[in-house]
Ligand binder design. Structure first.
Ligand SMILES: Nc1ncnc2c1ncn2[C@@H]1O[C@H](COP(=O)(O)OP(=O)(O)OP(=O)(O)O)[C@@H](O)[C@H]1O
Ligand SMILES: [Mg+2]
Length: 211
């Protein structure tokens, strides 16, 4: 028993306890850090290589928790821990890599990425809710993301266009985020007028909203 579990491929925590076996996980992408989905538990694990010599420099928790603090909508269930990824190489030898394991809940919804030209799709879905409160909440969320400095803005439109949830958090540390976030917030705000609602008075260049 001990010898077979000692050969198990999977994600392990720092004390060597198995978090999830690799066999239960589906990799959602082919390049860069793996992003695994565990269909059973509804969790997603993004696995960052950890260089023990770099003393926490590649730890993703800082930026993700900072985003959460700044009211940027990130998926629920956010946790980051140090651990190990164990996987057999092509010679069948189990290799152990130190990693950071970022866990969130799997988000159902329509994927968007502003750099891929999805701006209009997001705008249409949000306005199609025809719900002033929901639309204004989304404008606020976009402005929060912009003020936080979110770059390469992407995520999911969930709940019938009612909410944007941002994933793959990256930040411009010395200023505001991607300008396309601000421009989308402004366009949705203009859309409120078309729906005969009262838009915000203005959305300033720094992302502050004037009610
Ligand atoms: N919480 C989640 N819920 C549902 N799907 C997710 C979630 N997190 C990631 N995904 C899916 O996995 C894909 C890859 O994730 P992510 O964007 O974090 O990786 P990436 O683009 O390779 O990141 P990086 O730019 O840091 O290398 C996403 O495009 C999305 O489809
Ligand atoms: Mg991505």
């Amino acid at each position: 028993m001990a010898s077979s579990s000692g050969q198990e491929e999977g994600l392990f925590d720092e004390s060597g306890t198995l978090i999830r076996p690799l066999s239960s996980l589906t990799n959602l992408k082919s390049r860069g850090e793996p992003v695994f989905r565990d269909t059973k538990s509804g969790l997603v694990y993004k696995v960052f290589n950890r260089d023990p010599k770099k003393a926490g420099k590649d730890d993703p928790s800082g930026i993700w928790f900072a985003a959460q603090e700044a009211d940027v909508n990130v998926p629920a269930g956010l946790e980051v821990q140090r651990g190990e990824r164990r996987e057999k190489n092509k010679n069948g030898v189990l290799t152990k890599k130190p990693v950071y394991i970022l866990q969130t809940r799997f988000v159902e919804g329509r994927f968007f990425q502003l750099s891929k030209g999805h701006e209009k799709m997001v705008m249409n879905e949000v306005l199609a809710t025809k719900n002033e409160e929901v639309i204004k909440k989304t404008i606020r969320d976009l402005c929060n993301a912009y003020r936080f400095g979110l770059t390469d803005v992407q995520g999911f439109i969930t709940g019938n266009g009612a909410e944007l949830i941002f994933i793959d958090i990256h930040r411009n540390s010395n200023g505001p985020g991607s300008i396309d976030t601000l421009s989308l917030a402004r366009k949705i705000n203009e859309g409120l007028e078309t729906l005969k609602f009262t838009p915000f008075t203005s959305i300033k260049d720094d992302g502050e909203i004037e009610e």
